[in-house]
Design a protein around this ligand. Structure first.
Ligand code: ATP
Ligand code: MG
Length: 450
C-alpha cells in the first residue's frame, strides 16, 4: 500500500527522521488516503517530544498554542499540520478525555489509544503502512470497530459513541456487532459529555452521506440528549399522506434535504412537535394540528440547550414554523410567505418542503413536487430583477431616514423592516421615491416617531 504524502508532510517527516526520531502520517488522513479520498488535513505523530519537534522543525512557521498538550501546529501557506508526540493516555475522569498524557516512544502504543481500527493506522515512506489492529481489513469490509474492548473504550471517553455514529454516517460503514452492543450499553454516559461536543458530532451525523441507516438504527442513542425524538419512533401517523411512522419519515426527510447544518437540523426537528399534537378523528384518520408552531418552539429549546449559535437557531425555527404552509401558487400568497420567512429562508424552505414530500406517501410525491416547483417559480419571477426582498436590496438607506429626522438606533432598523414588508407584500414598489413618501406619511401619522 503506497500513499502519496503531500510534499510538506514528507519534508516534516524527513526532518524529524534526520534528527533521529520516528515520524508518521496518522489517523484520518491515512484512513481517507487508503480509501482513495482526499484527506482534508494531515496529522503527524512522532517519537520527538514537543521541544524536540520545535527544534527539528524550526524552519517552519510554528503555532505553539497546543504545546502543553504535546501538539505542535505548523502553518504552511493556508495549510495547518498538527504534529503530536506519541502518547499514552493517563487516567480518564468522568468518561471524558484524560486530564493527563504520558509521552512514550512506541508507535504501537500510540495507535492503541486511538478510537477505531480505521483511525489507528500510521504511514511513512520508509516503513509503509503500520496497521496493528486490522484497520485495512475493516476498511475493506466497511466496518467501524473499536480498538480493544469497546465497553472500556466508551467508558474512558463517551464521546467515542457519537464518533462511531459520525464515521459510520460519513463513510457508509456498518458498526461492528460488539462495538454496537457496547454503544447501546454505554449510551447514557453521553450525559457526561459537554453539549458543545455533542452538538458538533450531531451535526456531522445528520450531515453524513450515509445518515439514513445510522439514524434508523440509533434513535435511542440520540435520544439520550434529544429525548424529544423518542415519542416519534414507531408513531403510526394513520394518515393517507403518510406511509411511514414519524421517525422513519423524519429520517427520509433528513437524507433528502441538502447538506448543511441549518437544512439538516431543520429536517431532523421539523416534525418534533407531532407526537404532542397527535389526534385521531372519528374516521380513524390521524392529524397533527399546530405541529409546526409547537415544533418550532421545541426546536428553539433543544438548540439552545445544545448551545447552537443564534443565527442557526433562528433559521431552523423559521424553516420548521413554515414547513407546512401551502400558499396558493399566486404572487399575492407567495409574497405573504416571503414576508413571513424572510428572504434568507425562502429557498431553503422550498428545499425542506421537497425533502418533506419525498418522505411521504410515494404516490403523492410527483404532484406535491410540482406544487413546490410552481411556488418557487413565482418566487424566482418576483426576484428576477435583482430585487431579493432583503434590507440590502431595499431602495432605502438608514441614512435616508436619519436625514428625515428619525433618531439613530433601533427605530431605523424597525422602519426599514416595516418598509421591506410593504415592498414584499406588493403594497409599495421598491423605489426610493415611493419609499421615502411612505416613511414621510408614517411619520406624519404618528407624531411620536422621529
Ligand atoms: P476527520 O476526517 O473528521 O478529521 P479524523 O479521523 O482525523 O477525522 P479527528 O477528530 O481529527 O478525526 O482525530 C484525529 C485522530 O485522533 C483520529 O483519527 C483518531 O486516531 C484520534 N482520535 C481523535 N479523537 C479521539 C478520541 N476521542 N478517542 C480516541 N482517539 C481519538
Ligand atoms: Mg482530522
Amino acid at each position: 500500500m503506497e500513499i502519496q504524502l503531500p510534499e510538506n508532510v514528507r519534508n516534516m517527516i524527513r526532518q524529524l527522521e534526520e534528527k533521529g526520531y520516528s515520524a508518521y502520517a496518522v489517523g484520518g488522513c491515512v484512513r481517507d488516503s487508503v480509501m482513495g479520498k482526499v484527506p482534508h488535513d494531515w496529522d503527524i505523530c512522532t517519537s520527538a517530544k514537543p521541544e524536540e519537534i520545535l527544534s527539528a522543525l524550526e524552519k517552519h512557521n510554528i503555532i505553539e498554542s497546543g504545546l502543553k498538550h504535546g501538539t505542535v501546529t505548523v502553518k504552511t501557506g493556508e495549510e495547518l499540520y498538527e504534529i503530536t508526540t506519541f502518547r499514552a493516555d493517563g487516567e480518564y475522569k468522568d468518561n471524558r478525555r484524560p486530564e493527563s498524557v504520558r509521552f512514550i516512544t512506541s508507535l504501537r502504543e500510540d495507535l492503541a489509544r486511538r478510537d477505531f481500527t480505521v483511525n489507528a493506522m500510521a504511514y511513512n515512506e520508509a516503513e509503509g503502512l503500520c496497521d496493528y489492529f486490522g484497520g485495512m481489513e475493516d476498511i475493506s469490509q466497511h466496518i467501524i470497530r473499536c480498538v480493544g474492548n469497546p465497553d472500556q473504550r466508551f467508558q474512558e471517553d463517551a464521546l467515542r459513541i457519537l464518533r462511531a455514529l459520525r464515521f459510520a454516517s460519513r463513510l457508509g460503514f456498518e458498526i461492528e456487532e460488539q462495538t454496537a452492543a457496547a454503544i447501546r450499553r454505554n449510551k447514557n454516559l453521553l450525559r457526561n459529555i459537554s453539549v458543545e461536543r455533542i452538538a458538533a458530532e450531531l451535526i456531522q451525523i445528520v450531515d453524513g452521506d450515509f445518515a439514513e441507516q445510522i439514524l434508523l438504527d440509533y434513535p435511542d442513542v440520540l435520544g439520550v440528549f434529544l429525548p424529544e425524538i423518542l415519542p416519534a419512533v414507531g408513531l403510526d401517523q394513520r394518515n393517507p399522506h403518510h406511509s411511514y411512522d414519524v421517525w422513519t419519515h423524519t429520517v427520509y426527510v433528513v437524507v433528502n434535504a441538502p447538506h448543511g447544518k441549518v437544512m439538516r437540523l431543520a429536517a431532523l426537528l421539523h416534525d418534533i412537535g407531532k407526537p404532542k399534537c397527535f389526534t385521531i378523528d372519528e374516521k380513524g384518520i390521524g392529524h397533527f394540528h399546530g405541529h409546526p408552531e409547537t415544533g418550532a418552539k421545541m426546536a428553539v429549546k433543544i438548540l439552545r440547550r445544545l448551545h447552537l449559535d443564534n443565527h442557526t437557531i433562528k433559521n431552523v425555527e423559521t424553516l420548521i414554523r413554515y414547513h407546512d404552509q401551502r400558499p396558493k401558487p399566486e404572487e399575492k400568497y407567495v409574497r405573504r410567505l416571503i414576508a413571513k420567512t424572510g428572504a434568507e429562508c425562502f429557498l431553503p424552505l422550498m428545499e425542506l418542503k421537497r425533502a418533506d414530500t419525498k418522505g411521504q406517501n410515494p404516490a403523492t410525491i410527483p404532484e406535491k413536487l410540482a406544487y413546490v416547483n410552481a411556488i418557487e417559480e413565482i418566487y424566482k419571477k418576483l426576484t428576477a430583477d435583482g430585487n431579493e426582498f432583503n434590507i440590502r436590496t431595499l431602495k432605502l438607506r438608514g441614512s435616508d431616514l436619519m436625514e428625515m429626522g428619525v433618531a439613530q438606533g433601533k427605530a431605523i432598523g424597525d422602519l426599514l423592516n416595516e418598509m421591506l414588508e410593504l415592498v414584499i407584500e406588493g403594497k409599495i414598489p421598491n423605489e426610493r421615491k415611493a419609499l421615502i413618501e411612505a416613511v414621510r406619511q408614517k411619520i406624519n401619522d404618528s407624531p411620536h416617531t422621529g
